[in-house]
Design a protein around this ligand. Structure first.
Ligand code: ADP
Ligand code: ZN
Length: 286
């Protein structure tokens, strides 16, 4: 079976056809412009590429994934201009005439990593991206994490020492929440130089604080952490070190031995985790 997958990001959309990493056909990327234009480009891509059994969409959010909701498949309260209350999944289903599965970008990436990547065989794990914003999701007890809406790891409140970091934060809702202080956008807005080691020390501190909360609430067997900011050399190592210090030996498990090297890991599928996971999401509704 051949599926369609869309990693629907706030900056760009990535569309692919195939059924996994060894069979990834065409992949196209285009910028996220208006909803009409962006959806039309996705529809054109799939319509001109033969028959697909279903489409999976991993979307930026917040999104409505409550199955019984009249606005299921919509992007809801996003601050991204023009995109609040946008019909995404039902519109694609109508245009393409195939079932469409819809979940968060991070849950899709988690599904990809669970099927083919760094989380194969795990029952409970988290996938976190630190890019323009911060998002988190994953699988708990074998099922993608849903609930009231879906997890919003990026908007946790974390300690903010204003003597060390007077920056107010960039979240339009909360200012200095986790994403407000530690996202790529926060790093850019704070204006530090990428060559400044103190800046990366601060970034590692915030990421470790957020991860402590995730570990203490969700009890993941592993955390996969990706996104553009994590490409900064040495950042992952700094976060592991600080995380270990902050947990202070309280949580004892063999998975945490060895300096967290096998516990806090980069996505094995790299930048393809989201779009591959979207293909896997499609399989669930085909
Ligand atoms: P998005 O979150 O928009 O989907 P990315 O995950 O690629 O996209 O993240 C983009 C963010 O990552 C930007 O804020 C950018 O400055 C930052 N970034 C990208 N590459 C690097 C790098 N090599 N080192 C540090 N930060 C990076
Ligand atoms: Zn926030």
């Amino acid at each position: 079976m051949i599926y369609g997958g869309i990693e629907a990001g706030g900056t760009k959309w990535v569309c692919a056809i195939g059924d996994g990493p060894d069979d990834l056909g065409d992949v196209v990327t285009f910028p996220t412009t208006s909803p009409e234009e962006t959806l039309a480009r996705a529809v054109d891509f799939f319509a001109s590429n033969g028959s697909i059994a279903a489409v999976g969409v991993g979307s930026f959010g917040p999104i409505d994934i409550r199955p019984a909701s009249p606005t299921w498949g919509h992007i809801t309260t996003t601050p991204k201009p023009g995109w609040a209350d946008t019909d995404v999944a039902p519109a694609l289903a109508r245009a393409l005439g195939v079932p469409v599965a819809f979940d968060t970008d991070v849950n899709a990436a988690a599904l990809g990593e669970h099927r083919w990547g760094a989380a194969v065989g795990l029952d409970t794990f988290c996938y976190i991206t630190v890019g323009t914003g911060i998002g988190g999701g994953g699988i708990a007890n074998g099922r993608l994490m849903h609930g009231l809406l879906h997890p919003e790891f990026g908007h946790m409140r974390i300690p903010h020492d204003r003597d060390r970091d007077p920056f107010d934060g960039v979240c339009p809702y909360h200012g200095d929440c986790f994403e407000g202080l530690a996202s790529g956008e926060a790093i850019r807005a704070r204006g530090g130089s990428a060559a400044d080691e103190r800046m990366w020390g601060l970034e590692a501190e915030y990421l470790a604080l957020g991860l402590v909360n995730v570990i203490c609430t969700v009890s993941p067997e592993r955390i996969v952490i990706g996104g553009g900011v994590m490409k900064q050399p040495e950042l992952l190592r700094l976060v592991r070190t600080r995380l270990c210090e902050l947990l202070a030996g309280y949580i004892r498990a063999p998975e945490l031995d060895g300096g967290f090297d096998d516990y806090l890991v980069a996505p094995a599928l790299g930048d393809r985790a989201g779009v591959l996971g979207s293909l896997e999401l499609a399989r669930t509704v085909a």
